[in-house]
Design a protein around this ligand. Structure first.
Ligand code: NAP
Length: 248
């Protein structure tokens, strides 16, 4: 039986690269997406063509009812999960704090914080030995922005990811004796479509000179760390906030 993994935001970017790599290592993968069904289907097809197991599941992680429906669908189609990657995340258009609206902040916090928290809660309810589970591993996507602050671009995003660091530390301690490890990765500048959604499609290339390694990272390089944190190879690693940032 393949262990079951749910990855939010797995239709594109880091989530998609993680889904493909995890499937190669034997995970049956639930590929969550918000609206881009075609991209999710491409990930699923690629996994299936390589002999792996995957299905696509739509849900906006900014909405608790949709999260609950997604978990029920994963239970039904693949069985009890033992891995969760919270990769769904958004930035908004570049703006200083004095130009940011309450509505923008609500969306930012709902998707980036509450979505990850609610998915982790549902995962604990399935993985915890106190709930009849056999343990598992949760990996949250934080960001180097928690150290850098996002000034002049998206302080709101950095703030949301700061909450993910705190949540990772607290939850890791809370469930360590229940067979669950909880870690975060903090990517730096990674070449994905997220920068275009913030209005800066060339951001990864334009800022490469600020990175000690002088280049942006790839989604596949982040996926390697995530899949390691999911695996038994990292069996004594919990509560870590792993920087994957080319030295930035
Ligand atoms: P991306 O290429 O923009 O992909 C975003 C993914 O999240 C897509 O699969 C998208 O689904 C999904 N998504 C967006 N909103 C969602 C929602 N409300 N509910 C469910 N799924 C949703 O992003 P990425 O660069 O891979 O980023 C992945 C994670 O890494 C994020 O948490 C991001 O903050 C973090 N991160 C990225 C970087 C970077 O430089 N790229 C750096 C640090 C941290 P659809 O395809 O349906 O739209």
């Amino acid at each position: 039986m393949n262990p079951v993994l749910l990855i939010t935001g797995a239709s594109r970017g880091i989530g998609a690269a993680t889904a493909i790599l995890a499937a190669q290592q034997g995970w049956a993968v639930a590929v969550n997406y918000a609206s881009n069904a075609q991209a999710a289907d491409r990930v699923v097809t690629r996994i299936q063509n390589a002999g792996g197991k995957a299905f696509a599941v739509q849900a906006d992680v900014g909405d608790e009812a949709q999260i609950m429906r997604m978990f029920a669908e994963v239970d039904d189609k693949l069985g009890r999960i033992s891995g969760l990657v919270n990769s769904a995340g958004v930035v908004d258009m570049t703006a200083k704090v004095d130009a940011q609206s309450w509505d923008r902040w609500e969306r930012m916090m709902r998707i980036n914080i509450l979505g990850s928290m609610a998915c982790a809660r549902e995962a604990v309810r399935r993985m915890s030995t106190l709930h009849g589970g056999t343990g598992g591993s949760i990996v949250n996507l934080s960001s180097a922005a928690t150290r850098l602050g996002g000034a002049g671009q998206y302080v709101d995003y950095a703030t949301a990811k700061g909450a993910i660091d705190a949540f990772t530390i607290g939850l890791a301690k809370e469930v360590a004796a229940e067979g669950i490890r909880v870690n975060a990765v903090r990517p730096g500048l990674i070449d994905t479509e997220i920068h275009a959604s913030g209005g800066l499609p060339n951001r990864a290339r334009d800022l490469a000179h600020l990175i000690p390694m002088q280049r942006a990272g790839t989604a596949e390089e982040v996926a390697q760390a995530i899949v390691w944190l999911l695996s038994d190879a990292s069996s004594y690693t919990t509560m870590s906030l792993m920087d994957i940032s080319g030295g930035r």
